[in-house]
Design a protein around this ligand. Structure first.
Ligand code: GDP
Ligand code: MG
Length: 437
């Protein structure tokens, strides 16, 4: 599978001309990989349309090959769905909070309850476990063993005479010293509707700080339906915990769950032990989905590019005198950030007024402009308005260029200057927060 994608991308690497057909081919391979990783088919199709469009229309930012650029597009597309930053479980240490784990039988709720307790314990808080699965006979024992292992107090009813709500309430009363209560629930009932009703009642009675949906990472398309069923029942699922990602499963099913209920994945389970819980790392997850080990280094590379040319550079453009010298050095900076079109389209109100020439500025052109400018005097560079026909002829001769090229450069300078002074007049100054991303 991993090879699949690498082979596809190598096609691009070795091709001298990256045409639409090739891009389509590569996207097909990426689709295959995602579907094999259990990502929902509809989701994949929707994504690949966007990916194809961007791959065809956008030029790679300086420093990235076309191949890397396509990977970056795919990555960005996936990131849009699951977010770039790991999301934390927010707990206010000054308050008591309740965390309710819900999910189908076998998804890993009981194990994950203990893992979470362990993690919270490591954060310096005092967790307690409450066993509220009265359906499965051995549920209490299982959690009891785990709780002893990690030294976390437990409340439950081994005789299974109380209702889950009674157990939870009694537990909250009895375990007064704790500040985070983790409630393990049933995953099966005589009927599914019974289970879902029970979860809703628990939620209404306990008003938990966060409801965590536990999903088996080896699930494929069912993940979506499970997520939907629980979401419909309890309404506000705060986050998702995906288990069993220590095996060969890629967890693509969980993506469909995320898309379905719009809740972030916060944790992943990576084993049966109480310490086998990790906070969710979107980058890692995506590399795994794509079967690419080298995504990290690529992303580091793109991060560097963005750092090189940050918002300050654009602000510098908007300030001060705008001569050919500035034009050149600033365009050089901008060209590091990616195609002009992309940059300018991030600036509110800029899309429409952008000079056509700016959009098609290529690296090659930039080099050409440099040569032309080298045969200008300082005075001409500082005051391009001085360059009339006679001077143009002289500059062209000096640079071994045609007069038309000088005209083009000056026209480019003028339209850019106009565009920037429009901006200065206050159309913007509030940058889009997504520079270079
Ligand atoms: P529950 O029915 O939802 O409470 O699920 P359990 O916590 O009882 O887990 C079901 C099975 O999955 C058990 O055998 C667990 O050891 C196993 N399990 C849970 N989480 C993980 C995980 O992250 N990795 C692996 N390999 N197994 C897990
Ligand atoms: Mg259980």
């Amino acid at each position: 599978l991993g090879q699949n994608i690498s082979t596809a991308l190598n096609k691009i690497k070795s091709a001298t001309l990256v045409d639409k057909k090739l891009i389509k081919e590569v996207i097909k391979d990426i689709q295959k990989a995602l579907i094999q990783s259990d990502v929902n088919v509809k989701l994949v199709l929707k994504m690949s349309k966007d990916i194809e469009k961007k791959a065809i229309e956008e030029n790679p930012p300086k420093g990235l090959s076309k191949k890397e650029h396509i990977v970056q597009i795919v990555y960005n597309e996936l990131v849009q769905m699951i977010g770039t930053e790991p999301q934390k479980l927010d707990l206010d240490p000054s308050k008591k909070s309740i965390i309710l784990l819900v999910g189908i039988q076998g998804s890993g709720k009981t194990t994950s309850s203990a893992k979470l307790a362990r993690l919270i314990q490591k954060r310096g808080l005092k967790p307690a476990l409450i066993a509220a699965d009265v359906y499965r006979p051995a549920a209490y024992k299982q959690l009891q063993q785990l709780s002893e292992k990690i030294n976390v107090p437990l409340y439950g009813d081994e005789t299974r005479t109380k209702t889950p709500i009674e157990i939870a309430k009694d537990g909250l009363n009895k375990l007064k010293k704790a500040d985070v209560f983790i409630i393990d629930t049933a995953g099966r009932h005589k009927e599914e509707s019974g289970l879902l009703t029970e979860m809703k009642e628990l939620k209404d009675e306990l008003n938990p700080k966060e409801i965590i949906l536990v999903i088996d990472g080896t699930l494929g398309q069912q993940a979506k339906n499970q997520a939907k069923a629980f979401k419909d029942a309890v309404e506000d699922i705060g986050s998702i915990l995906v288990t069993k990602l220590d095996g060969s499963a890629k967890g693509g099913g969980a993506l469909s769950a995320v898309a379905e209920i719009n809740a972030p994945i916060k944790f992943i389970g990576t084993g049966e032990g109480v310490d086998d819980l990790e906070t969710f790392d979107p980058k890692k997850f995506i590399s795994r989905l794509l079967g690419m080990g080298d995504l990290d280094s690529l992303l580091e590379k793109t991060d560097d590019i963005v750092e090189d040319a940050n918002e300050e550079d654009i602000e510098a453009i908007l300030k001060g005198k705008f001569t050919l010298v500035e034009l050149y050095s600033q365009l050089e900076t901008i060209s590091k950030m990616g195609p002009m079109k992309q940059i300018l389209s991030m600036i509110p109100g800029m899309g429409a007024s952008m000079p056509k020439e700016a959009a098609s500025l290529t690296e090659q052109k930039l080099k050409r402009y440099k040569i032309l400018m080298d045969s200008m005097t300082e005075e001409e560079k500082e005051n391009p308005e001085l360059i009339k026909t006679s001077r143009m002829q002289r500059i062209a001769r000096g640079a071994g260029a045609k007069q038309e090229e000088i005209k083009e450069l000056l026209k480019y300078y003028q339209t850019t200057k106009n565009a920037f002074s429009n901006l200065k007049r206050g159309k913007m100054l509030k940058m889009g927060g997504q520079m270079g991303k």
